[in-house]
Design a protein around this ligand. Structure first.
Ligand code: SF4
Length: 63
């Protein structure tokens, strides 16, 4: 199982990941993602899409 993490030095908090992956990413009051969660196998494709879509290259999947 992979883990979804954020590089806080890069994240600009526009919240796209929360829109693309609402099952795993909550956004805080400032639009920053609340992550650090394990990614179930069935959500792995959606998580990869969110990682590829992050405009700041801040979202990562760690095995
Ligand atoms: S899409 Fe990327 S830059 Fe935007 S809030 Fe999510 S991790 Fe941060």
């Amino acid at each position: 199982m992979s883990r979804l993490v954020v590089d806080w030095g890069r994240c600009d908090g526009h919240g796209l990941c929360g829109v693309l992956l609402p099952e795993l990413v909550d956004l805080d009051d400032w639009g920053f993602p609340v992550v650090g969660v394990d990614v179930p196998d069935d959500l792995h494709p959606a998580a990869k899409t969110a990682v590829r879509s992050c405009p700041a290259l801040a979202l990562r999947l760690h095995s």
